[in-house]
Design a protein. Structure first.
Length: 185
């Protein structure tokens, strides 16, 4: 396991999948396009980001929140032209060897093109190859069918459900929790 407070080194992170390249997110990635994703109600439909208004300063603060932590913030880039299409995070619990993974594919022009699944599989495979990570975790709302399919296709199993935990478009919906151990799949 990681020692508490030790930062996973992302400087050399350059993961390549079939469709995407993953690299550390930097301040140069905070563009008008990126900020637009965070403020797009369609992109953030199932995320609590929909309650916030983002600007450059809020994004710089968020990026800075990763400094000195074991948590990871990754830029998802289309392999063919290195265009940013989304982000991923891993909130790492070093004491427990668990990484809670999230994804946002903000570029709607690539939705349904397999980019999210490729990014997810590439990142989670890398995480599970690390000696300090024994389990992956992820959560989503029960109405986010794309995320449910992504988790299930990657070998994650539903571990729990919080009934009617959040309200989306006026309806109370469940939050589903998924997990995958290093020794599965």
């Amino acid at each position: 396991m990681l020692s508490v407070g030790r930062r996973l080194k992302l400087d050399a992170l350059d993961l390549v999948g079939r469709k995407v390249r993953l690299r550390s997110f930097t301040e140069a990635d905070i563009t008008d396009v990126y900020i637009g994703w965070l403020n797009d109600p369609v992109v953030t439909r199932y995320s609590d980001q929909r309650f916030l208004r983002h600007d450059r300063e809020s994004c710089v603060r968020y990026l800075a929140s990763f400094d000195g932590t074991p948590n990871l913030f990754v830029s998802v880039r289309r392999l063919e032209d290195d265009r940013a299409i989304g982000t991923m995070t891993a909130y790492v619990s070093p004491h427990h060897g668990v990484a809670d993974v999230g994804i946002l594919i903000g570029d709607r022009s690539v939705w349904r093109g397999g980019f999210g699944q490729d990014a997810w599989d590439t990142f989670t495979s890398w995480l599970l190859s690390r000696p300090d990570i024994r389990k992956l975790a992820a959560g989503t709302t029960a109405v986010n069918q794309a995320m449910i399919r992504l988790a299930e296709r990657s070998g994650m199993a539903m571990e729990g459900r919080r009934m009617r935990q959040v309200v989306i478009e006026g309806e109370a919906v469940d939050i589903l929790y998924f997990g995958r151990f290093k020794d599965t799949r």
